[in-house]
Ligand binder design. Structure first.
Ligand code: SF4
Length: 295
């Protein structure tokens, strides 16, 4: 893209973000790198409206990695409550332990060290480097991918999985300056979350509508492979969630009979889900007959 066109995208999208970006608690100036790290792990698969109160409670209880690391991993699973995908709580606890052991209790500031932490993938490492430490890092989430696909590539939706070409494009679009690049990342994510949404983009509110390749081509419909939506009702994920919900309600160990209420319809399936939770380290068996969150 010619530098002048790129500069115009930067100017307009950053100005739009200054006006329209949400005041999310982890975006405030006083948020610590640890607060940013927790927000990124929580937001991976959970909408921000559900993350915000959980994030506030988490940071109130464990304001630093050292405080979380000193507590039992089961307490992290308990506090995770209903955010979903609770293995993230265990990984967050493990990451806090590594920060204490190898990084003097701080969130590392370079992507390679972040990537070496438990539960941290390329997206989270880049996001924390950018948003916690103001680094020029390429942050590519689903919102960024969708905006790029439409605005620059002219496709209704990106490919089902991230491609190298998309990552390369995201890097090419980054402003040169560290601080601008960090703001650009969050601004494009926000544009995707609020305006360039998956089903019905609000192009009339978009600051770069007159530059959007997809819109200028007449908004052609998506013709790629069908997208799978994740179901919840009646799935193993739901049964696992119910077992954990029972264990969160008490600090006393529960028996297999106590856990019956989690899914009375099918004993074999419930037991299979319990076994999966034990294998994942989310539940601990005390004597083969009683179960608790990990201690
Ligand atoms: Fe997305 Fe519409 Fe803006 Fe294009 S014009 S980037 S499709 S919101």
């Amino acid at each position: 893209m010619p530098p002048r066109d790129l500069a115009l995208l930067h100017e307009r999208i950053l100005a739009w973000f200054d006006e329209a970006g949400r005041d999310l608690p982890w975006r405030r100036a006083e948020t610590t790198p640890w607060g940013v790290f927790v927000s990124e792990v929580m937001s991976q698969q959970t909408p921000v409206a559900r993350v915000a109160p959980a994030w506030e409670a988490w940071l109130a209880r464990w304001p630093t990695p050292a405080e979380l690391a000193a507590d039992a991993p089961g307490e992290a699973v308990r506090m995770w409550n209903r955010l979903g995908y609770p293995r993230r709580a265990l990984r967050l606890h493990e990451a806090a332990c590594v920060m204490v052991e190898r990084h003097a209790g701080e969130v590392p500031d370079d992507e390679a060290a972040l990537l070496a932490l438990p539960g941290v993938g390329a997206y989270t490492a880049a996001a924390v480097a950018a948003f916690a430490h103001g680094r020029r890092a390429t942050v590519v989430d689903t919102n960024v991918r969708r905006v790029q696909a439409r605005l620059v590539t002219g496709a209704a939706l990106p490919a089902p999985a991230l491609t190298r070409a998309e990552s390369r494009l995201a890097t090419q679009l980054l402003p040169d300056d560290d601080a601008d690049a960090a703001r650009w990342n969050v601004a494009v994510m926000e544009l995707g979350a609020l305006v360039c949404t998956a089903r019905t983009p609000r192009c009339e509110e978009c600051p770069v509508a007159d530059r959007c390749v997809w819109r200028l081509a007449g908004s052609p419909v998506y013709e790629g492979p069908a997208r799978r939506s994740q179901s919840w009702e009646g799935t193993d994920r739901q049964i696992r969630g119910r077992i954990l919900a029972l264990l969160r309600q008490t600090r006393d160990p529960l028996t297999g009979d106590d856990l019956h209420a989690a899914w009375p319809l099918d004993d074999a399936r419930r037991e299979r889900c319990l076994l999966g939770l034990l294998e994942d380290g989310l539940v601990e068996a005390l004597d083969g007959e009683r179960f608790t969150l990990p201690r």
